[in-house]
Design a binder for this molecule. Structure first.
Ligand code: MG
Length: 218
């Protein structure tokens, strides 16, 4: 168990960690293939096959997070499509109570996301969490995604956190691995990222399913 008194700074991922990944999974695995199929006059399953191969080719790069890249690549208006299903954007339970508790204990609280700044905007308009953070920082600003080891040094240069007294919560194991390699002391793997699918398997990191488990009574 990670004690709040051991932590000075908390780095929180957005998609899958604070927000329900159902939105993103539905978007990329259902809505985009559907629209791609219409546009290119192929079956949904063919579209899905083509898209999955394209997604894989750009995994762990800034392209993957860049919705302007995908708009051009797929000839679809990705931001407009996201707006269309904005009602599906949702927050995981007890996240706000956790953020409020961190601020109440004077912790430094940062959102650190691979999401494109336009997606961050769309999501924070629907679920206004911005005021809980000292800063929301995207990997676009840093210049590489969180899966790259150099991301963490660059982030530390900007935020000046003490990695011995920092906690990172993220639902992507590849991200936890590079953060660990860099030396961030406290790491939690957020499972139950998509509320409508089974929780991810543990992968060597301590797991967190519900934020209420982190809320300490005072
Ligand atoms: Mg995530």
């Amino acid at each position: 168990m990670i004690r709040l008194s051991d932590i000075e700074c908390v780095l929180l991922d957005m998609d899958g960690t604070l927000l329900d990944k159902y939105f993103d999974d539905f978007f990329w695995e259902h809505l985009v293939p559907e629209r791609y199929a219409e546009k290119h006059n192929v079956s949904f399953w063919r579209a899905k096959e083509v898209l999955m191969a394209m997604y894989r080719a750009h995994e762990n790069t800034l392209n993957w997070t860049d919705i302007d890249f995908w708009s051009a690549e797929l000839d679809l208006d990705i931001p407009a499509l996201k707006e269309q299903i904005r009602h599906l954007i949702d927050i995981h339970p007890d996240v706000e109570d956790y953020l409020r508790m961190l601020r109440g204990h004077d912790k430094k609280v940062y959102m650190v996301t691979n999401a494109h700044y336009k997606v961050l905007d769309i999501k924070m308009k629907k679920i206004p969490l911005g005021h809980y953070f000292h800063r929301c920082i995207t990997s676009g600003e840093i210049g590489c995604p969180k899966e790259w080891p150099e991301f963490w040094q660059k982030l530390e240069n900007v935020l000046r956190f003490d990695k011995e007294r920092t906690l990172l919560i993220d639902d992507t194991v590849a991200v936890l691995r590079t953060a660990k390699q860099y030396g961030i002391r406290h790491l939690l793997h957020k499972i139950c990222a998509n509320s409508k699918t089974a929780a991810a398997a543990a992968d060597g990191f301590p797991v967190l399913c519900h934020f209420r488990d982190l809320i300490e009574e005072v």
